[in-house]
Design a protein. Structure first.
Length: 565
């Protein structure tokens, strides 16, 4: 007699959950929420998202999830929806809450892994939006290696203020303008009320759109899907297509680690460089490579960026916003430009069955668009990232170069042991042209959580100092940051890195051309100062921050958490 609970041969994982007399208890519980015997005989596909009422970035996830689920059902699967957390960088910026942002990447990846392992899903669709949800989802896909993919929920539309497009980055810079007396509080409030008009992630080539671009180049998102804005009706259509696509991946048994190869990760790095993307792309791609078992170092970013021209004029370094890129031809148009110069590995596969070269070939450029330029006339001959080393950063650090920044700065250090102290100095107009603002004890361990410094960098720009000062930190920067800003300095101060030895007035040189970050101190003097250094008391001794600080690796390794050695 055939097993009445026997199911599809595609139930490679979930058969252990739903089939046989011994699984009657599990089936009974699932039937309590509406799953039928026929549903449970089909492959179970987890549909994860990060809907949360703390930001606009992920606010359309519930709607998109319904369309993804419809696509899965139409293609012969049974979707099971689940959700995870998100922390908004833009909302938490400049507060203690910002420490939770990078930590959340690990928690999100862990939670997706736990739900998928706990409920024996056969495949996964992960809907991602704000900054950390994107790399976290890909990290989880790499760990689990179940047939699956990620779909970016889309960018916000730009706001309009005084006849121009604006984003939340403009608001942070306006805060500095108010402090400098060049803008009134009433004007700031007016800008605040117009900058973010609806659902979607921040509208420049900040971290969310940088990583949405990168995961299409990785091949783990369907080509041409991610740049569709959050509230565009086409987003619903492609969400349903994504549901159908995961079933095709399941039938062909195509798994993430077949997509997330060394070539794919190099393609993603090229996309960050070519679009002037966020320095957070370095952290996140290092973390994805770690989870996929692909060897990668920060020096690979410098090598690839050095040969990749900047071809997309996107904010904060350029002129346009993410919706403009969509109208111009989207992420595939950037791929087309790079493929034309032999700057990507065109044979790398993608989840939609095409190679990246085939995606690039099929891209359609909008006549007259000005967002993506040609390789013959790039915005900048080399990409938007550089890795510096020197006696202040033996393990390296990251500088963003979107096309207009200075390549050399030499000046006296102004040293602060927290973001708040630095912001107070900027707001108090205590920073002078020529200074090098140093913010330390904000690294992965020291923060903990490696806060972004947009409140400080935005205020510096708003006060008119963006072109005359440099900033270095063992923390990190928002994708909205621009100016000569050096982040991810490693080793960090909390681990006794040389940045911990700096004093006010020490002369610091940032030399991008020679890839150097150094202080005018002899090696014996640096050693003498560090010999008297003692690690500060942990800022947290219990809870998630304490656990994170105990387990997190250096920023030069992606700030991933891992078991103690």
């Amino acid at each position: 007699m055939p097993d009445p609970d026997g199911g599809s041969p595609l139930k490679r994982e979930s058969a252990r959950l739903t089939e046989g007399d011994e699984r009657a208890g599990a089936r009974s519980m699932l039937r309590a929420i509406g799953f039928t015997r026929e549903d449970l005989a089909k492959p179970l596909i987890g549909v994860g998202h990060s809907w949360i009422e703390t930001m606009p970035c992920n606010f359309n996830h519930r709607r998109l999830t319904e369309r993804v689920k419809a696509g899965i059902r139409a293609a012969g699967g049974t979707p099971m929806e689940f959700n995870t957390i998100a922390v908004s960088d833009g909302v938490a910026m400049g507060t203690e809450g910002m420490k939770a942002s990078l930590v959340s990447r690990e928690v999100i990846a862990d939670s997706i892994e736990l739900v998928a392992r706990g409920h024996l899903f056969d495949g996964l669709v992960l809907i991602v939006g704000c900054d950390k949800t994107i790399p976290a989802a890909v990290m989880a896909l790499a760990r689990l290696n179940l047939p699956g993919l990620a779909l970016y929920s889309g960018t916000i539309e730009p706001g309009r203020f005084r006849g121009r497009d604006v984003t939340v980055g403009d608001v942070y810079e306006a805060i500095g303008a108010v402090a400098a007396g060049t803008m009134s509080s009433a004007e700031l409030r007016d800008l605040e009320e117009h900058a973010c008009p609806g659902a979607g992630a921040c509208g420049g080539q900040f971290t969310a759109n940088t990583m949405a671009t990168a995961i299409e180049f990785l091949g783990i998102s369907p080509a041409g899907f991610n740049d569709i804005p959050a509230l565009d009706p086409k987003k619903d259509e492609i969400a349903e297509s994504t549901g159908r696509l995961v079933m095709e991946l399941l039938r062909k048994d195509i798994r993430p680690r077949q997509i997330l190869t060394r070539d794919a990760i190099e393609n993603a790095i090229a996309s960050v460089a070519a679009t002037g993307g966020s320095t957070n792309g370095v952290l996140h791609l290092l973390a994805i490579a770690h989870e996929a078992g692909v060897p990668l170092t920060i020096d690979d970013f410098d090598r690839i960026s050095a040969k990749t021209p900047l071809v997309a004029s996107l904010r904060p370094g350029g002129e346009y916003v993410a919706t403009d890129l969509h109208r111009a031809g989207g992420i595939p148009l950037v791929a087309q430009r790079l493929a034309g110069g032999g700057l990507i590995h065109g044979s790398a596969p993608t989840v939609d069955g095409r190679t990246l070269a085939q995606v690039a070939e099929a891209a359609k450029e909008t006549p007259g668009q000005k967002v993506v330029v040609t390789l013959e006339k790039p915005l900048k001959a080399t990409g938007g990232l550089a890795i510096l080393r020197g006696n202040l950063a033996p393990e390296g650090c990251v500088v963003k170069l979107a096309g207009h920044e200075r390549l050399l700065h030499r000046g006296p250090a102004r040293v602060f042991d927290s973001e708040e102290a630095a912001f107070a100095a900027v707001k108090g107009r205590l920073i002078k042209p020529g200074d090098v603002v140093v913010i330390r004890y904000e690294g992965p361990v020291g923060g903990p959580g490696m806060r972004e410094m947009l409140a400080v960098t935005g205020a510096l720009v708003g006060e008119g100092l963006g072109g005359t000062v440099a900033l270095m930190t063992d923390g990190r920067f928002s994708g909205a940051t621009h100016g000569l800003m050096v982040g991810h300095v490693a080793p960090e101060a909390a681990r006794g890195g040389p940045i911990a030895a700096l004093k006010d007035g020490d002369v610091v040189t940032v030399d991008v051309a020679s890839r150097q970050l150094k202080v005018d101190l002899s090696e014996p003097e640096l050693k003498r100062r560090l010999s008297g250094w003692r690690p500060p008391a942990p800022r947290y001794t219990t809870g998630v921050f304490a656990k994170y600080a105990a387990l997190v690796s250096s920023a030069s390794e992606g700030a991933v958490t891992r078991p103690p050695r």
